[in-house]
Write a protein that binds this ligand. Structure first.
Ligand code: 5RP
Length: 220
């Protein structure tokens, strides 16, 4: 089974978490793209969605799902999004697609966060995937120096601007044994908009697509 087929299986399994009649939050990425395509067949159950990126907004509208502003939606019952890595406690690295800030906002505003991924995303310790840090452009060099002091090797994502007009530093060389502490430390750096560690608010459910089928992990 290809990685893409595994992503599709995870997206299919997430449909059971839809709360019919309620607005849902939708993340960003190739796994979520499968989920959005599947939502086209569930339009009757989905009055609208809050989107975490311009790319997902375009795809949701093409699927016939109205997109509404988070400020008018209130607390969402469910948020569905992918991840670049998850540890067994469902703490995540996200932001490979650059949408981490809006993703973190929508996740925070949701009662249940359902994460969908192929099984390769489950790791014992976070950090092999370079940690994305969205940064105000004028703070880029300062933040990079501070991230180096924390043990990382930051690299500017060349030619990329986020939906919020900022840059991304991808930080390699980390073995993240205390994700909550590192998330808090990086959040404190002046000029950081958002770090792609989702540890203070991890996923509630992780659906992993694999050749043997779909596996679900729940936060304990
Ligand atoms: C985007 C993200 C994505 O969820 C993450 O990059 C996973 O993407 P994919 O589903 O394409 O593997 O965090 O900012």
């Amino acid at each position: 089974m290809s990685q893409d087929a595994a992503k599709r299986k995870a997206a299919e399994a997430a449909l059971k978490y839809l709360v019919p009649g309620e607005v849902l939050g939708v993340g960003t990425g190739s796994t979520v793209n499968h989920f959005i395509d599947l939502l086209a067949g569930r339009r009757a159950d989905v009055p609208a969605a809050v989107s975490s990126s311009e790319a997902s907004t375009v795809r949701l509208k093409a699927a016939g799902i109205p997109v509404v502003d988070l400020n008018s939606a209130g607390t969402l019952s469910i948020y569905v999004d992918g991840a670049d890595e998850s540890d067994p406690h469902l703490r995540l690295i996200k932001g490979g697609g650059g949408a981490l800030t809006r993703e973190k906002i929508v996740a925070a505003a949701s009662r249940r966060f359902v994460c969908i991924a192929d099984e390769s995303k489950l790791v014992p310790v976070l950090g092999k995937f370079p940690l994305p840090v969205e940064t105000i452009p004028m703070a880029r060099s300062y933040v990079a120096r501070e991230l180096t002091k924390l043990g990382g090797i930051p690299r500017l994502r060349e030619g990329f601007t986020t939906d919020n007009g900022n840059v991304i530093l991808d930080v390699g060389g980390l073995s993240i044994t205390d994700p909550v502490k590192l998330e808090t430390e990086i959040n404190q750096l002046a000029g950081v908009v958002c770090v792609g560690l989702f540890a203070r608010r991890p996923a509630d459910v992780l659906i992993l697509g694999a050749p043997a089928g779909v596996r679900e992990l729940k936060a304990v």
